[in-house]
Design a protein around this ligand. Structure first.
Ligand code: XIL
Length: 373
């Protein structure tokens, strides 16, 4: 919002205008992520229950000031929204969608078909027909309920293995690879206006990227609507590979679809098993060596994090014409899933806001790319 435009009548002198701009930190055109990047791409965050219910005023103010896109971190996953065959919990999802609409945000639906966080009853299904009935009813009911209110759906999440082959899941095992096309067709029918995305982690890496490109090309060849690909972006300050990311942006966009970075965070913690990515089923033992910044983050690591975010956002800006959205996986460090994954009870620092909800050096670095003279 242009502060001077709306206060024109009283903005009689340049001095007053300059002073007003200075005082209105936060609403000022260049002083938030979403306004700094408004000509480039959407800037999103993932919301937990406490954010949706607006329980913490400081977080609430921050979310509204900084972000113009939201994703539900957990509450739309089938385990939570569809716990038993005939029961749906729409309460929080309704509030989530209302929150986005009320604040004029781009509202993402996450996610319709995923092998993880599935309701217990699905694992017990023995025959293909029942899996198909579950998937069909689930998509029709959930995507149908929010038709016209969700801007984009992550229709299928994490269907690929690291080598680019299709992941064995209840969907692949019982329905064959056609389940992906079926899911996209059902979503397109249930909510014709939503943009439909395939979402996965590590698909910036060559082998898995190749698998994702094949998957997308097959959908396109069969006339199935797919609007974009979501690269999750669960990366590490140590192993970040900018070339892979750039190659992926270019290759995916050549398919005529949008590229979104849907779950961005950067772990600063050690990772001795060279685990990359975000397979939520991988867990490792706790130990003090694996939790080195329990009390505070050293300045050198704070700076390294800021530098890595600078590199990433420079690249995103270079390809702003191909990128629809960049969403952080969480609002602040205290809520990040990386405090519990892949090792429980650690203190991680992957986001732009610290545990007191104050902007970190990395926040300033990302903002400076657009505002520094
Ligand atoms: C994570 C959530 O952040 C955690 O709270 C939950 O316990 C597990 O799932 N890929 C995805 C996200 O698509 O939905 C996952 O979110 C992280 C990996």
């Amino acid at each position: 919002m242009d502060y001077c435009k709306i206060t024109k009548p009283i903005c009689s002198t340049l001095l007053f205008c300059a002073l007003s701009t200075h005082l209105s930190f936060g609403q000022n055109k260049t002083q938030s992520l979403k306004s700094a990047y408004q000509e480039d791409f959407l800037i999103g965050t993932a919301l937990g229950t406490e954010h949706i219910l607006e329980r913490n005023e400081k977080a609430n103010v921050l979310i509204k000031r900084e972000f113009n896109a939201i994703t539900p971190e957990n509450i739309m996953k089938s385990q939570l929204i569809h716990p038993t065959p005939d029961r749906y919990n729409f309460d929080l999802a309704d509030k989530y969608v209302e929150y986005g609409q009320k604040n004029e945000m781009y509202v993402v639906g996450h996610t319709l078909v995923w092998h993880s966080q599935l309701p217990a009853f699905v694992a017990k299904i023995k025959n293909a027909d029942s899996v198909r009935i579950f998937m069909t009813e689930h998509i029709n009911t959930v995507a149908g309920r929010y038709a016209g209110k969700i801007n984009s759906w992550d229709v299928v999440n994490e269907a690929l293995n690291e080598d680019g082959t299709l992941r064995k899941s209840v969907f692949l095992n019982k329905l064959g690879e056609g389940y992906i096309k079926e899911a996209f067709e059902l979503a397109a029918k249930a909510d014709p206006n939503a943009s439909l995305y395939y979402n996965d982690y590590n698909i910036e890496q060559p082998a898995k990227r190749k698998g994702a490109i094949e998957l997308i090309k097959k959908l396109q060849a069969s006339g199935t609507k797919i609007d974009g690909v979501g690269i999750q972006g669960h990366w590490s300050i140590k192993t970040l590979n900018l070339k892979d990311i750039e190659d992926s942006i270019i290759e995916f966009s050549k398919l005529g679809i949008k590229v979104a970075f849907t779950e961005l965070d950067l772990t600063v913690l050690p990772n001795p098993w060279d685990l990359r990515g975000a397979d939520v089923n991988q867990r490792f033992a706790e130990s003090p060596e694996m939790n080195p910044y329990k009390d505070a983050l050293p300045d050198s690591v704070q700076t390294a994090l800021a530098n890595r975010y600078t590199d990433i956002f420079k690249l995103f800006l270079k390809h702003r014409d191909k990128i629809s959205r960049v969403t952080f996986w969480g609002v602040d460090d205290s809520h990040s899933w990386l405090n519990g994954f892949p090792i429980r009870n650690r203190t991680n620092y992957p986001l732009l806001f610290d545990r007191a909800l104050e902007p970190k050096k990395a926040y300033q670095a990302v903002l400076n790319l657009k505002t520094a003279k």
